[in-house]
Design a protein around this ligand. Sequence first.
Ligand SMILES: [Zn+2]
Length: 653
Amino acid sequence: MAKRFYITTPIYYVNAEPHIGHAYTTIVADVMNRFHKFMGYETFFLTGTDEHGDKIAQAAQQAGLDPQSYVDRMSQLFRDTWPKLNISHDDFIRTTDARHVRVVQAILQKVHDVGEIYFDSYKGLYCVGCERFYTERELVDGKCPDHDREPIEREEANYFFRMSKYQQWLIQYIKQHPDFIRPERYRNEVLAFLAEPLEDLCISRPKQRLDWGISLPFDARYVTYVWFDALINYITALDYPDGPLFQTMWPVAQHLIAKDILKPHGIYWPTIMRAAGIEPYQHLNVHGYWKTDEGKMSKSRGTVVRPLDLVPVYGVDAFRYFLLREMVFGLDANFNEKALVNRLNADLANDLGNLFSRTLAMTAKYFGGKVPASGASGNGLDEELRDQVELTRAQYLKEMPRWSFHKALMSVWELIGKANKYIDEVGPWNLAKEPSQRERLGVVLRNLLEINKFVAVLIAPVMPETAEKMLERLGVSRKVMDLRLETDARWGTLVEGVPVSKGEALFPRIEAEHEAGDRVPGIEPKKLKKAAEIEKSRGTGTSPPADPCISLEAFNKIDLRTGIIKHAERIPKSEKLLRLIVDIGEERQVVAGLAQTHAPRDLVGKQVILLANLEPTRLMGVESRGMVLAVHDGDTLSLLTTERPVASGHRVT
Ligand SMILES: [Zn+2]
């Protein structure tokens, strides 16, 4: 039977822009997809966006757009992010695609036809502001968390899926398939949910309160509940029910999700499939959260912390390596810039980078940059090295399919460490002094070249760019996507006499060691210079940008927030400046040139728009972190505000 692998990420809900959580899931899917390709599998990798539901309709309204224009814009943000992270998916599905609407309606009709969907009235707690029902558990002190007011009791007729009927079947299925949901902690979590009585699932919303969704095929007054719609994407993309991909790939489907959406994937989805006569997916793989300062203000920098902004600064491979090496799959992990820089310096620049550049430099110096002949191993050190290669290969092949990326990478780095030690112990520079040791020197360098090649192949799923660079310089003509572990992760695949080239460092060290978050803009010339170079290299060259347009991405770097002025006072000895305290979810001190046009007492309570990620500065000795937006009209100065009052801290988009 052909070896096949089908991997999916969740389709991402487009009410927010891509962040580290989305990036991690999608990178992991990409790594697993590449790994299975290397193992000779036929693979299919699906990602996409989830675009229906009340939150989207609301977000569109807030953005002043119709829902379709809003989801088009947001979905594009995700689509534009993945190439920058070197993600190569086979398909990108949107729940607004016509192909998806057809499949959702077909499944609804099928489940309705077999009598597993019924019409009933539902009485619940309803927030008029949110236009939705709340469960008791979602309320805070009995009130809607968004509107701070008590919901009303409301009765509404809706369609329900008989999910409760499948509870016992699902419990049995999970018990009989121990790897169905993994790691085990999440399997246990689902079984714990199922220990309580399972309720039927409300799968409709009346169009009178939400019409942004897929119409029920059997009642046009309703749209489909967003989860019933979204989960089906995994089979839409395979052309359910008759497409050849559905026949070949669905039996080997592996879903990858973060733990926040365990319940819909672990319970709703298998029971819906059961009712629709579809076999369940093969595995549900669940990962933990990245704890970051994302979205918070960095105190010293005065900017919003966004891990994805670090990708162009440190490089996509360093970023991918860090995520895979740092998180134990299934558990939570911390993301911070300092840890990323430490890994980059220690593992990548020091261990891997040094091994590679030392090997190539010595090959250039002693053998004219050509791969020397292999020969009989000279001593125990050679044997040890060969043993480590076999050990690393075995561990890597064991850990990768189990999603234990950190362990697989640790075993590769163990080999890198051994190889660096081998260089120090053998001392090729001493052998080079003895003409009689010429052959031995050749064997030593050949061993090292073989190890570099072996390492390049093993890291290729995680760091494709670096692997490609290494292979190219080692004189290997294989393209990264064509690598096969069976034939390429082998000792003795280099060819004698083939030229190799040293090139520049794989990973330049980040020299300015710093405490992330303790940093003042401007004190990191090296890093900032690197970032500036990357920015520049993306453009046409040295000329200043001639295009007066900026990309949406560039605009998204501008962090504009709604705020309320809490306090205003004159700055002594200044004619123009006022010191303001603006509440943007946190209190910001801002110095503004408003003293000649505005009395401090008139400003308090005013809603303003603050440029929140402006570099902090000092004016008349007072620190200013942000800029209040205003427009000049002759002698007057008018503050920018919003059409309707908006709570503090909302992002202006
Ligand atoms: Zn509400």
